[in-house]
Design a protein around this ligand. Sequence first.
Ligand code: GDP
Length: 442
Amino acid sequence: MFDALKERLDGIFKNLRSKGKLTEEDVALALREVRRALLEADVHYKVVKDLVERIRERAVGRDVLDSITPSQQVVTIVFEELRDLMGRDVVPLVISPKPPTHYMLVGLQGSGKTTSCVKIARRLLKGHKPLVVACDHQRPAAVEQLRVLAAQAKVAFFGPEPGEKDPVGVAERALRFAADRLHDVILFDTAGRLHVDEPLMEELQAMKALLSPHEILLVVDGMTGQEAVNVASAFNERLGLTGVVLTKLDGDARGGSALAIRSVTGVPIKMAGVGEHLEDMEPFDGGRMVQRILGMGDVQGLMERVHLAAVGGEMEKMAESLKKNRFTMEDLLTQIQQVSKMGPLDKVMEMLPLPDNLKQLRGAEMDPKRLRHVEAIILSMTPAERRNPDIIKGSRRRRIALGSGTSVQMVNQVLKQHAQMKELWKRFGKGGKRGFKMPKLF
Ligand code: GDP
């Protein structure tokens, strides 16, 4: 799921990152693309409009455009806004302190209601004694399906007598059955229809009146796009939903419903169905979902580290020096120290949104031992040498190697690297502040 959206956003952000310093027009252009990508992913247009407006307000603020990592910050803002849209925290299913707990599962036919009922009950086996109750009396096949799935999951089952047609009556008997056998969580699988209709709603309201459920969970097929939002609104108006179970997130759905249900209805998505097997059900985690969409590692964690590393003004000092088109050994040292401050390098790499193979590659290049050697080499230089490395010839190189406990060969490498970096800075530094972009050291 979300593959298309992910691909689009990847492209947009890659483009942003290549720019370094951003203008308002850059942000506006990127947001137009984000808007289009979300609409194509089937997110409700009103949700998209509000979302993009909020992102724009935050992203064109002076702080972002003038910061050292503007594009990264815009990506972070998009991330935070999408995460807020889907729900920042995992909202767990309610377990009443006074058993029994009643769950009513409602939803259209084919949404995955029966399967989800057993999947959730199965998760409750640890620590509880759940009972699933078949109340879908329109379709005998649905009762049979629940019975079979429950047996597979080793969950207790209660169903209607042959020919019994009154779901409320069955629910009443189920309550007595559960009380006798000390079931503490009772899950009612209700009737499904192809469309929302009046008789169904009346039946569900009657059941709600009888059961006073702790959770009324709407099961929604994640592949149904915008329609999912309309269905959720209709059920919510009549029944007052407490949560949504979004199914089939393992499919290739465009996923827009997941992004919109919560903001349109205000009902949290609590569980996610991620496959056909009975163990394929997990608590819904909006943050993780957005990370997946944006192809990010722990973006927020990384941002915090970047902010932390940037305090003290060293980066600003360096930027000043770079504006004058100089890149001294001291600047190189500052860069190394900034990178080190972000924390253990493998952790930093882990948090970067890189493909696995690239991660290994970069991790190797950023070997912390090597960074320490480079640091030692620069510290062994005299201030004059640091400012003007061109004077570092044979005997100076030997002295520095000795002083830093490295080799002449390594000193040569650092000098070469510095020369390359300087060349890069020169190129990027041209065009003054606006065109300034920080090249990557390692
Ligand atoms: P109901 O009519 O709402 O009770 O829907 P069912 O529980 O019968 O599910 C309809 C179909 O969707 C079945 O074939 C299920 O195996 C399948 N299904 C349900 N949840 C998921 C899911 O999370 N992932 C996948 N791939 N299939 C699911």
